[in-house]
Design a protein around this ligand. Structure first.
Ligand code: RUQ
Ligand code: CUA
Ligand code: CA
Length: 646
């Protein structure tokens, strides 16, 4: 593919420096010189900004309407993935204040994630054992729904690297379960079901849909290594309550991002590699790829009826959703809707009627009608492509789309470094041949190369049309330079008016992928734990002490500012110590830490929380275990001595 293969829409802006950026990125994408293109894109071609960065509209400077005054709280939470950091971040919107980082697939010595026995159990590491993985790559966060909007119960995030799905409790904002999905690689898109039609008694989401991007030999144990035609992909469904696998669908082509319908009937994934190519040029070979729809009820009926197979040792039922098995619409489990060239991103409108699937290598977004896809499954629509009701040209490199509450879509244009606002109904009219209908209503430059974009409450039926955030892939000159690794930019855009207005640049640590913006009243968090929740809690200071069972030693300890319940404790070299620490402080925010020098242990205990660690006391000597979390005027004095006798 050359640059000429990408059609340029007529509304293309032509600004010198931006054009350079576009060209560079295009060269990169064309494959003619990926590294050349991207390095040109990153090169400093202008001096550091003095006041406002180049390209900043004058009205964006010092906009006070969107500032949050000291002591005031934000209106929204933004829950964001942390990419290759393996964590999830929480920001306040519109301020952009970073409120929390939730460790998930990483190790975190603040909370002791990956260090305490409790977190190791969630990560699947045996106490005293080596973790199976210490890395992760979080991309997509979505929460549970009741009646088409968030219910504040759980949040889910994927690990693209090792194919895991993690659940986060929203009351404590901590990860409580992790599942590894069998027989897949490149678990990318995920989405919770917005309505479960069949699960009586449970009033919220129970399905989490998961798409795998990289095809691998179905049983990946050394067979079929070279024969790409034997590589396959699976679309998976996880039960949100048990965090166990429900089913998998064997498909042709790959999965990428995932969407779910508001009526619980369909799940969707965009496919950029219908070619099943192994190399990128193969993946760009055909002009059309697809958006693949899954008929949830039929899949679950097939599972119930035992029309399933099992892969290797996996106990997960697999149904057949390949093209060959989907020939008869009336029995098909899947529907492949053709979409122009390597689409990325599929999102559903808040009224539940349409999906927008972006072309990426085509300057179009495709509008697919939900009801028409259902009609195809009923045998009432001849061709899956007939479900397409709009295909506006919106700009170069369209990726993710968010929606407001007025029928408008906002799509990130990676190559144009813009957000394009387009009207869904106008797109449908223009597709029908109405020359007067102009789908594109506004464009806004962002800085630079946006990937993800999402609106406030935009993935719910309560989409409110207030904010759009553009998570950009390059920040270049927007922030003080901090060495070769730049800060990333999350740009806040006011979408409440006719024209989009850039109101803030928020710097973020590499590398946020998708996020959601959730109204603050939906989130109800707890401020303290309850001692009774922890079976191993040390309930009374009198219960603390050193308890020996041969070489196994349990040390029970309480923290209460400014002291630990034992001033010292003695163990012997070679003992296997399990140290249990319960925080008896009840005051909100009164967290203590526990660090053991030379033993590589550090963690915190929040008010009324219990955590434990297990280690072998292999180094004789005196070790000052100290409180690592500033808690009291005598925080520095808050210590206990671990004495390891030779
Ligand atoms: S996905 S740029 Cu990053 Cu996981 Cu679309
Ligand atoms: Cu307890 Cu610092
Ligand atoms: Ca393709």
């Amino acid at each position: 593919m050359t640059q000429d293969d990408i059609k340029t829409p007529d509304t293309q802006p032509d600004l010198g420096r931006r054009k350079f950026l576009n060209t560079a990125a295009l060269v990169g994408l064309s494959g003619a010189g990926l590294s050349v293109g991207l390095s040109a894109c990153k090169s400093k071609d202008e001096a550091a900004p003095a006041e406002a960065a180049p390209g900043t509209p004058a009205e964006a400077v010092g906009t006070s309407k969107h500032e949050v005054a000291p002591g005031q709280l934000d209106e929204y939470y933004s829950f964001s993935s942390g990419g290759h950091s393996g964590e999830v971040r929480i920001y306040g919107i519109p301020s952009g204040r970073e409120l929390k980082r939730i460790p998930v697939f990483n190790t975190d010595c603040l909370v002791g994630w990956g260090i305490t026995n409790e977190s190791k159990a969630i990560l699947g590491t045996k106490p005293n054992g080596t973790p199976k993985y210490t890395t992760g790559d979080t991309h997509h966060v979505h929460q549970t729904y009741t009646d088409g909007t968030y219910d504040g119960k759980y949040m889910f995030v994927n690990d693209k690297l090792h194919g895991r799905l993690a659940r986060i409790r929203m009351d404590t904002m901590e990860c409580d379960k992790i599942l590894e999905i069998p027989n897949i690689q490149g678990f990318h898109g995920t989405f919770t079901d917005k309505r479960d039609p069949v699960d009586a008694g449970i009033n919220h989401t129970t399905r989490v849909f998961c798409g795998s991007e990289f095809s691998v030999p179905l049983i990946n144990d050394g067979r079929d290594l070279e024969d790409g035609s034997k590589y396959k992909n699976l679309f998976s469904c996880v039960d949100s309550e048990t965090m166990e696998m429900r089913w998998q669908v064997l498909i042709d082509g790959n999965c990428d991002l995932v969407a779910s319908s508001y009526d619980g009937k369909l799940a969707a994934t965009n496919q950029y590699n219908t070619e099943m190519g192994i190399h990128y040029e193969d993946m760009m070979a055909s002009e059309m790829d697809a958006c693949l729809f899954f008929h949830v009820a039929r899949i679950e009926e097939a599972v119930k009826a035992g029309k399933v197979s099992y892969l290797g040792n996996s106990k997960v039922p697999v149904v057949d959703g390949t093209r060959a098995a989907s020939k008869d619409p009336k029995t098909a489990l899947t529907c492949y809707v053709p979409i122009p060239k390597n689409p990325h991103g599929v999102n559903i409108t808040p009224d539940g009627k349409y999906y927008a699937c972006s072309g990426k290598l085509s300057p179009t977004a495709t509008v697919i009608e939900h009801a028409s896809v259902l009609k195809w499954f009923d045998g009432e629509l001849a061709n899956p492509r007939d479900a397409v009701v709009g295909e506006p040209e919106i700009g170069l490199g369209p990726l993710h789309t968010g929606f407001d509450n007025k029928g408008n879509a906002y799509t990130t244009l990676f190559l144009d470094s813009q957000i394009v606002k387009w009207n869904v109904e106008a797109a449908i009219k223009s597709y029908k041949g109405d020359k007067a209908a102009k789908p594109v209503v506004d464009r806004l430059d962002v800085h630079y190369q946006p990937g993800h974009g999402f609106t406030s409450m935009g993935e719910t039926k309560e989409s409110d049309g207030r904010y759009f955030i553009s998570d950009n892939k390059f920040s270049k000159d927007r922030f003080l330079p901090v060495g070769p690794l730049h800060a990333e930019t999350a740009q806040l855009i006011d979408i409440s008016g006719d024209k989009m207005k850039l109101v803030a640049d928020h710097s973020v640590y590499s590398e946020p992928h998708d996020s959601i913006i959730v109204r603050r009243d939906i989130i109800k968090t707890r401020q303290v734990y309850n001692l009774d929740e922890f079976p191993n809690a040390v309930m009374d200071p009198k219960d603390s002490g050193v308890f020996r069972n041969g070489k196994k030693v349990t040390v029970k300890l309480i923290s209460q500012a400014p002291a630990f319940s034992m001033r010292e404790f003695k163990v012997k070299k070679g003992d296997e110590i399990t140290l249990i620490l319960t925080n008896h402080d009840k005051v909100e925010d009164l967290t203590h830490g526990f660090g053991i020098p030379k033993y590589d242990i550090q963690f915190i205990v929040n008010p009324q929380e219990t955590k434990s660690v297990t280690f072998v006391a292999d180094k004789p000597g005196v070790y000052w275990c100290y409180c690592t979390n500033f808690c009291h005027a005598l925080h520095l004095e808050m210590r206990t001595r671990m004495i390891v006798e030779a």
